[in-house]
Ligand binder design. Structure first.
Ligand code: M8P
Length: 829
């Protein structure tokens, strides 16, 4: 158990002896009744499970109360539809939210166990690949903390994002079997299963009232079984639900085939249907044309909409007021097929007239865009769509025809506008454009940062903005302070509480009060002591897990995120090699010793990203073992970046690297987590960097590089990266050293793809930004040398982070998009 955690528990309210004994008994009861173990033979995981079940028992009553209250009082429920929820480990988060850390800690301790060890035993659900999935998790946390009734709908992937190992410096992917040891936090609800159609054909018919209708005769039907996980808020009674769908074959066998004797084919098709929810696609960008991915999207969205409709009809006579009671937020276009599916459910199944159904649909859905790249907008080959979802295609065509009639009138038959806005891309092979479907079917379209908002309207959604400007708003992303400071950084939390109390945990803008202490040198001193202790924790972790000793007094310079050329981890490497060369040239050079820490996963098929990982680890191998360099430079790659690792890393950072090419990172959220933990940012004018800089003031932020409009300008003129190489001697020294095989045991081919890409193409403008980055890093060095001044800037960064709480974002969604209000859940005795 780490010291900061014990300190925190020791200062909290004191549970009585009998309360602790009751908890202890509950833990051992669960160990016996659920795990079937006695303490003598229980494993660490058994104990973790027993504690987790005890905590779950503790929250069941409030969970049930919430469900019943939602049912009794006709409240509006927010449905957050997302193909990814990167929630992170539950135990520690739930202890904090329930405010029972102290009692559980004591109960566990008196049983001879270590709570931190049990917390670390939990296998985190990796049901997301990056920022988009983590945002969904932060938003669920804030929905509960703000007491807004909500359901997160998604997929219960059996295998989440792969586990990353580093072998010989390369990324190796290992399947993530997160459910293997059991998941104490979920409750299966087979009684609420629904079915979903796939394939087959459609048939027109006339119903008993003489109305023309269409029937979908599917080729196969899949069952969706919901698994519910409670989502707690901070010290509130409401407990919302994360409902994730698992696919199963409807019958254990396809009997027709079985009768015909095709036993193996019958088993095979059962396996195929169960595979729909089997695995999360590990890419952080579109994977064009993968049939299984479209099956996943339709599967979870259809299950969720049917679930909403069934619940609605349980308390209302019809669906006329559906949109008044349900707000469905589409997290990117992944759930966009829901627009057509809700039309199908209303028109085909519940026999609504088209126009009334369309009004309900448009008033129900809203869409968050997370992308600025035209090539990153999802589109599905029409042929795949027809094969999998024949009825949905007909509905999309009908929506499109009616929509284009409006466009035709508005733009007086401008054919370019018509073809840009159409839901079907007909420029070559035909595709269904999911962003267009989402825009047409939603009442509101939101961006995720101010800069993204501006660029979105100018670029990828320009024509939609011209058509319906009133639909567009910006909601800048945010992160939850509960996980990203209270849970991950107990030492800093304690220090802040001692100074300004704890109301900032739910009202992050209250951190501003820290500014009152900025001139207090003993406070600044304490601030440094905390940072130093947290850095020591990470240094210990690095030593234990990587066998490398790092100096906690060195500047911790950290870049953790997906590995992608646009995020420019290789620009960071160019800086490291620049420092290396300088030090080799002059071993007495006065530079600030730095520990460079990287972590992140590359998409398994992304050649360049995987080679960037190899470059980082190879540079680390040379630099870390060069006796002339000593502690002046260390380069660490922490394998398997995930939520738990993020919790260790953010608190320990001095410098946060947010160096994507301007205009490429639509928001970024790790920048917020770093600042919230007192790191300063070196970053481009991109995504929410711009807003963070505005909040903390220019002098507390290290800005460098081209702006997004400069980037466009450079690209529109002829950009010749080689000119930068030729003109800049120091840059040339760095590139040449890599090319010479210095970091690859003389192998000049290993990093040739990276070097050639930089010299002859450089789509992310590393060479254009190189000098500005190096100059800015020198300013960082200068600032860090004055530790007292650095702590001032660090305190100001934390104090001014109020805006970046996901509570603020969710409040804006409630006020401007969902029209959702909080409810009160009464405690039942
Ligand atoms: C897109 C996909 C498309 C197809 C299949 C799988 C996908 C998985 C993820 C994404 C995707 O867009 N991922 C993102 S967008 N990951 C991010 O971090 C993004 O969203 C964050 C939250 O708004 C932003 O902070 C990031 O800047 C943005 O890149």
């Amino acid at each position: 158990m780490n010291a900061s955690l014990s300190k925190k528990f020791a200062t909290e309210n004191n549970p009585t002896k009998s309360e602790i004994e009751t908890l202890q008994r509950a833990i051992f009861d669960n160990l016996f009744h659920i795990q079937g173990k006695s303490p003598a033979i229980a494993t660490k995981n058994d104990f973790y499970m027993a504690v987790a079940y005890t905590v779950r028992d503790h929250l069941l009553q409030n969970w049930l109360n919430t469900i019943q209250t939602n049912f009794k009082e006709n409240v509006k429920i927010v449905c957050y539809l997302s193909a990814e929820f990167l929630v992170g480990p539950h135990l520690s988060n739930n202890l904090i939210n329930l405010d029972i850390e102290n009692s559980i800690y004591k109960a566990v301790k008196e049983s001879g166990l270590d709570i931190q060890e049990l917390i670390d035993t939990e296998k985190e659900p990796g049901l997301g690949s990056g920022g988009l999935g983590r945002l969904a998790a932060c938003y669920m946390d804030s929905l509960s903390s703000l007491e807004i009734p909500a359901i997160g709908y998604g997929i219960r992937y059996e295998f989440g994002i792969f586990n990353q190992k580093i072998r010989d410096g390369w990324q190796v992917e290992i399947t993530d079997k997160w459910l293997q040891q059991g998941n104490p936090w979920e409750v299966a609800r087979p009684e609420a299963s629904v079915t979903v159609n796939f394939g087959g054909h459609t048939e027109p018919y006339t119903d008993e009232y003489g109305v023309y209708r269409v029937r979908w005769v599917p080729e196969y039907v899949v069952k969706g079984i919901p698994y519910d996980t409670p989502v707690l808020g901070y010290k509130v009674n409401i407990i919302n639900t994360l409902r994730l769908w698992k696919s199963e074959a409807c019958e254990s066998f396809d009997f027709q085939r079985f009768d015909l004797g095709d036993y193996y084919e019958a088993v095979n098709s059962k396996v195929n249907l169960e595979n729909i929810s089997a695995v999360l696609y590990p890419n952080d960008e579109p994977i064009q044309g993968k049939k299984l991915r479209l099956q996943q999207q339709y599967f979870f969205v259809s299950c969720s909409l049917q679930d909403m409709i069934r619940t609605h009809l349980g308390k209302n006579p019809n669906l006329d007021n559906f949109h008044e009671q349900w707000a469905a937020q589409m997290n990117d276009t992944h759930p966009a097929v829901g627009v057509a599916e809700l039309m199908r459910l209303l028109v085909d199944i519940h026999h609504y007239e088209w126009d009334q159904a369309w009004k309900i649909v448009q008033n129900t859905f809203s869409y968050t865009n997370h992308s600025l790249l035209p090539e990153a907008l999802e589109k599905w080959p029409l042929s795949v769509f027809i094969q999998l979802l024949p009825r949905i295609v007909e509905i999309i065509y009908e929506i499109n025809q009616r929509f284009l009639e409006r466009v035709h009138i508005k733009f007086l038959g401008n054919t370019e506008k018509l073809s840009n806005l159409s839901l079907i891309d007909e420029s070559g092979a035909k595709y269904v454009r999911m962003a267009n479907l989402a825009c047409v079917g939603s009442h509101t379209i939101n961006s995720v940062s101010s800069l993204h908002s501006k660029l979105l309207k100018e670029t990828v959604l320009r024509d939609f903005y011209e058509l319906f400007p009133e639909k567009f708003i910006n909601v800048t992303n945010g992160v939850t302070p509960r996980r990203w400071i209270v849970q991950s950084n107990p030492r800093l939390t304690q220090l802040i509480k001692e100074k300004i109390g704890d109301d900032w945990i739910k009202r992050l803008d209250k951190l501003q009060k820290l500014e009152d202490f900025i001139d207090d040198s003993s406070f600044r001193h304490q601030w440094r002591i905390v940072k130093r202790a947290v850095k020591q924790d990470l240094a210990d972790y690095i030593q234990i897990n990587g066998g490398i000793q790092v100096d906690p007094t060195s500047l911790f310079d950290v870049q953790v995120k997906r590995i992608h050329e646009s995020k420019r981890q290789h620009l960071n490497i160019l800086h490291i090699i620049t420092l290396y060369n300088r030090l080799k040239h002059d071993p007495n050079l006065d530079i600030v010793p730095r520990t460079f820490i990287f972590s992140g996963k590359a998409a398994p098929g992304y050649f360049m990203a995987k080679r960037i990982i190899k470059l980082i680890t190879s540079v680390g191998d040379v630099v870390n073992n060069d006796p002339e360099i000593g502690n002046n430079l260390k380069v660490i790659f922490l394998p398997n970046y995930n939520v738990s690792l993020g919790q260790r890393v953010y608190p320990a950072a001095d410098l946060s690297e947010q160096i994507a090419t301007a205009g490429k990172e639509v928001s970024g959220t790790s920048n917020m987590k770093f600042s919230l933990n007192g790191a300063l940012t070196i970053g481009t004018f991109d995504g929410t960097n711009a807003e963070i800089q505005e909040a903390v003031a220019k002098e507390n932020f290290f800005l460098f590089g081209l702006t997004s409009s400069e980037v466009s300008k450079v690209k529109s003129q002829q950009y010749v990266p080689r000119h930068y190489y030729e003109k800049n001697e120091e840059l040339r020294g760095v590139i040449d050293l890599i090319s010479s095989g210095f970091f690859s045991y003389g192998d000049c081919d290993l990093f040739k793809p990276i070097i050639d890409n930089l010299l002859y193409d450089d789509p992310y403008l590393l060479l254009a930004d190189y000098q500005s980055y190096i100059d800015c890093q020198e300013k960082v060095d200068e600032a860090y040398k004055n530790q007292d001044y650095w702590s001032r800037m660090s305190i100001l960064n934390v104090a001014r982070m109020g805006k970046f709480s996901s509570d603020r974002s969710i409040q804006e969604y409630c006020d401007h998009i969902w029209n959702a209000k909080p409810i009160t859940i009464e405690l039942q005795s």
